[in-house]
Structures are given as C-alpha cells and as structure tokens.
Write a protein of this length. Sequence first.
Length: 289
Amino acid sequence: MRYKDIYKRVNTRNPKTVNVVFPSSAAVFEALATASGKGYIMTRLYGVPDTIHKLADKSGLQNYKMIKSNTPNEAIWNAIADIRKGKGDSLMKGDIGTASFLSPILNREKGLRKGKLLSHIAVCDNPGYHKLLFLTDGAINIELDLERKRAITDNAIELTERILGKKPKIAFAAIIEKINPKLPETGEARILAEEYTQKGYEAEGPIALDVILNAEAAVKKGIDSAITGNVDLIILPSITSCNFMLKQMIELQQAPVGGLILGAQVPLILLSRSDRPSEKLNSIVLSMI
C-alpha cells in the first residue's frame, strides 16, 4: 500500500469535518484550502472572525463554518465541546501552543481522553521500501518505560489496522538482537514481542534496523526472522531515534510522510511550520480514514 491508495479511500461524497483551533497563519489556511478544494474535508474554524475571513479569502478556502472564539483557550474548549456533541471528526492545531492544545484534550471530565496516553505516529512512503512504513513515537513521549511502550503500541496498531485492513507485522527495534542488561530496551523489546505474539500478531524484538528493513541482512547475520524486510510497524526505543529516522527519510530520501497524534477520541493533527505542503495534506487525509 502507498499514499495513493489511501487517497483513493477518502470519501469525497460525504467528507468528514476537521475542527481547527485558532487558525491565524497563512500556512494553516493553505493546507486547509488544498484539502477542502479537493473535496477531502469540511472545516469548522474556531477563532477571531476578522482574521479567519481575511485569511480564508486570501487562501481560497470556501464553505467553512466559523465559530467565534476570542482566545486560543476559548477556541480549544469550543472545538472539544463540539466534537463531544458529534460536530467534528478530527481536531487540528492552529496557532495555539502545543501544551495549551493538548492539556484540555486530556481533561478527564470535559476533554477527549480515550487511551492511557497520547502518542505520535508517522506514516512514511519511502521510495526505498516496498510499502508504507509506520513509525512511533517520534514527537510526544520523552521518557519511555515498558507500560508506555505498550500503550504506544496499542495506539499505533489501531491506526495501522484501520489503514491496512489487517494486522500489522510489528518490530520492536533495538541496536542488537540479543538481550543486553546494559541496554534495557532490548529486554523490553523481547517482553513486548512475546506479548503481542500471544495476541495474534507477527511481532519480533529486539531486532536491529537493518534486519527490520532488509531480509538479506538477516541472512548474513544468521538471524531467523519471519518479518524481516516486510515489517509494517516499527516501535522505536526512544523519541530521539524515531525522530532521527523520520527526519532522515524526509530530508535525504524525499519520502512522502504524514503523521497524527493518537490516543484521543478523534485523530489529532499537529502541523509544523517546516512541513512541506504535501506533508500537511497527507496528515489531514490520514485523519479522514
């Protein structure tokens, strides 16, 4: 499967709605105008009316619903309240701080909390790999322990199964395939691989990146792996390693990517100012599947 296959699945006859929190920059409106113009989304914009109308006109965004919200804090709570009422299918960060965006979502009484934690997943269409590759978590969780890795894996599986229509092949990555007490992630990878194998997934770990991506590497290293060269989902051992791998794909291999924050009642879209237009569109489209 490639991104082109994901795009074919978007329902343009009855597009889903994105609630956008305090949009006030041209970059956000350009992404929305592109997605809306292709019929992928409907938009509900929470912010200052004058700013919204001005930027919408400039970007060419049409057919949007404007909900007056004078501050970012008012905007996020209004957007959440509407989703809880069934008005909105995903939530997108506009010009509001990340912490101010996520904190209300995690509110146990009025927010959109669903799972044990939020986590980021990147969906990569690397030209050097034969299918989509899912990577987690390169953006949200800094300190990882076994329980957090388990929750991150559950979040990721939910999206990969929705996109692929089947159980993903899962690799719990480390720098070596043997357990080393000086590398705690190797022991955690083994525990998680065994747990998810018992749940019916093809899961292996610890497993190094070369073996994950290349079956020839497994043969040369004498490693018996049923998923080598055919992995769908990689659970990286740290936020740093995942982020580095993702940025390398983007910058050196020009890989089409997109990403979402998972673990809430609806997909969360956090676009970066450095994201290319295609990356912004990919992320929006992922939230519609």
